[in-house]
Design a protein around this ligand. Structure first.
Ligand code: TIU
Length: 234
């Protein structure tokens, strides 16, 4: 293994990463997906399933912040005039309270509304990037790729919700752009247990066709064993 790299047990095989060239991506941990009355519940989902992700993600975030990793949070949502939201997305689901409508947490998936923001437990620090994205994938119509390249990032630790929608879409986009993705199975969540399982299997199948999967405890253990602090980003 190259000097300065950390190796963590993962599927389909060990994941090796340079901590100075690795970022933590926290995808869409927004009230609209995690709390009652938001977009997720309007879609007919039981939002309590997603909340299981919060404690392990809090621990991971604290440790990766401590070690100086680049942390980027994303939020799915739209401009107040909905000019960045395709009419097809607004119409989808024939919802009585859909995107742009006023729900219990303000306008659904609209930037600036209470429901659109990240849950209190995972509040970004003032110096962390919060990337607003109009689509499911974090690379679509955003400057994420530019930010990652400017920081010299090659590897992504991917967390957030939901596993089969925004996490999977983002991992596929990242993979096509040459980033190596490690997805943490306890830090990504789905409304559907079967989708959680298969979304992770799709990533790691075929020799890691889209990336690697492990748990946050394994990653934190490997980081601690390596004793490697990022010690200043590139
Ligand atoms: N509906 C669903 O599972 N997810 C989304 O609409 N967005 C994200 O995954 N963030």
């Amino acid at each position: 293994m190259a000097e300065g790299k950390i190796s963590v047990g993962a599927e389909p095989y060990d994941f090796e990463f340079d901590p100075r060239r690795t970022a933590l991506l926290v995808i869409d941990m927004q009230r609209d997906f995690l709390e009652p009355g938001g977009f997720g519940e309007q879609l007919g989902n039981d939002v309590s399933r997603l909340r299981q992700v919060i404690p392990p993600l809090q621990r991971l975030l604290a440790n990766m912040r401590e070690d100086g990793y680049l942390v980027i949070h994303t939020r799915e949502g739209h401009r107040a005039d909905l000019s960045d939201c395709p009419p097809a997305k607004i119409a989808r689901g024939r919802l009585s309270c859909g995107i742009g409508d006023v729900g219990p947490m303000g306008r659904v998936l609209v930037r600036g509304s209470y429901g659109h923001d990240i849950v209190d437990e995972l509040k970004p620090l003032s110096d962390e990037a919060v990337l607003d994205k109009p689509g499911k994938g974090a690379f679509f119509a955003t400057d994420l790729d530019l930010m990652l390249r400017n920081h010299g990032i090659e590897s992504l630790v991917v967390t957030g919700v939901t596993t089969e929608v925004c996490v999977n879409t983002t991992v596929r986009e990242a993979n096509d752009r040459g980033y190596e993705c490690l997805v943490l199975d306890d830090c990504v969540g789905s409304y559907f247990p079967e989708f959680q399982e298969y979304a992770l299997r799709m990533i790691k199948a075929q020799g890691g066709i889209f990336g690697w999967v492990t748990g946050s405890t394994d990653l934190l253990g490997a980081m601690a064993a390596a004793g490697a602090s990022v010690g200043g980003r590139i």
